[in-house]
Design a protein around this ligand. Structure first.
Ligand code: ATP
Ligand code: MG
Length: 356
């Protein structure tokens, strides 16, 4: 999928609502990849709200800081959008060529997207050319609001970089997963839990059978700690990730734990509800395995809650599993702590500008 495409190699830039992740991969001789650059720069809590950029200066500064700190030389960027402004649907259409499809999709798409077609960038992928006897084929329709895509494009320009591809978070997660894991014969659910948005994608034979973004993530846990304990965002965040080295008497561990446990249960149940929705609407394909990624996947008790509620195996994705890493350049501890958060950036960095 690509709304804007150019050739050449590029860096993956994941502009998340809690932090910007910049990652560059280098192809190796044996067909694998080596990690060239990876860095994370936090954003102030209200910089991006509901996918909309509220404080573009903060985002541009974060990107510039990453480029400067890591001495990144590549200028071309692959970034991604997600949330309510992105629609991904499998639709059935009469069998036609790619050219015919590109011509007619503007008209066809109208009934599937809740926005005016003039306001969206549309991309299509033919999934099943054979179709059934009725001469139908299955097509993956992806639409993203132009406003949002243009917002990301101008942020990248402002940071002195060149936007090469604007992808979708859920597809980046899928690409990162496919590089690092062998596709099982049964379907798998990929659940990327960020700070504000959770991208859910069910893969069947390597093709997305169901994709949905829900407004939900680690931020919810932080907000709840903040509210219940009446502390600042930074304090609540520190209590959650367990890096609070202030005076121990100032912390109420049992209460924090209880709040985290309750919030984890509620996130797990919303994710489970979406997965159950897939079960009831999709063509009957079940799955046995849920792969979690995104920083929110590290919320204590969340994976266990999901295992209990969904009854599937739950595993946290390691996006660096098959990527060569020089331990003299990258601190293994940093990589281990941030690995789930790097998933989208890995998927974006895998994209070659110009490919579809
Ligand atoms: N060790 C940890 N334990 C608990 N939560 C964590 C941990 N590390 C990161 N998080 C949480 O993960 C979230 C950030 O994850 P991620 O970087 O994937 O989100 P994002 O891409 O910035 O946001 P989004 O995609 O929703 O816009 C934050 O809410 C953060 O508090
Ligand atoms: Mg994210």
């Amino acid at each position: 999928m690509a709304f804007i495409a150019r050739k050449k190699s590029a860096i993956g830039l994941d502009i998340g609502s809690s932090s910007v992740k910049l990652l560059e991969l280098e192809p190796t001789k044996n067909g694998s990849f080596r990690l060239l650059h990876f860095g994370v720069e936090s954003l102030p809590p209200e910089a991006i709200v509901d996918g909309a950029v509220m404080n573009s200066n903060a985002v541009v500064d974060a990107i510039r800081e990453l480029v400067r700190r890591m001495r990144v030389r590549t200028r071309e960027v692959v970034a991604s959008v997600s949330g309510h402004s992105v629609i991904i649907k499998r639709i059935n259409l009469p069998v036609m060529t790619r050219e015919e499809l590109e011509e007619s999709i503007q008209w066809e798409a109208e009934q599937y997207i809740p926005f005016d077609v003039k306001d969206v960038h549309i991309d299509v992928q033919i999934l099943d050319r054979v179709g059934d006897e009725a001469g139908q084929m299955e097509v993956l329709l992806v639409a993203a609001r132009k406003e949002l895509v243009h917002e990301y494009v101008s942020l990248i320009h402002e940071a002195g970089l060149v936007p090469a591809v604007i992808d979708v978070d859920a597809f980046a997660v899928q690409n990162a997963f496919e590089l690092n894991y062998d596709l099982p014969s049964e379907s798998v659910a990929l659940v990327n839990i960020g700070a504000n948005t959770t991208n859910i994608c069910v893969l069947h034979n390597g093709i997305s059978a169901f994709t949905r973004d829900i407004t939900l993530g680690g931020r919810q846990v932080t907000d709840e700690i903040q509210r219940v304990l009446n502390v600042s965002f930074e304090e609540a965040e520190a209590m959650k990730v367990g890096r609070d080295d202030r005076d121990a008497s100032a912390v109420v561990p049992e209460e924090v734990e209880r709040v985290i446990r309750t919030a984890s249960e509620s996130i797990a149940s919303e994710v489970n509800r979406s997965l159950e929705f897939y079960h009831t609407t999709a063509t009957g394909e079940g799955f046995s395995h849920i792969f979690l990624s995104g920083g929110g996947a590290l919320t204590p008790g969340l994976a266990a809650a999901l295992l209990r509620q969904a009854g599937n195996r739950v595993e946290i994705v390691d996006p660096f599993r098959r990527i060569e890493i020089d331990e003299r350049t990258f601190n293994p501890r940093f990589l281990q702590d941030t690995a789930p958060q790097a998933t989208v950036a890995v998927g974006l960095a895998l994209r070659r500008p110009g490919d579809q």
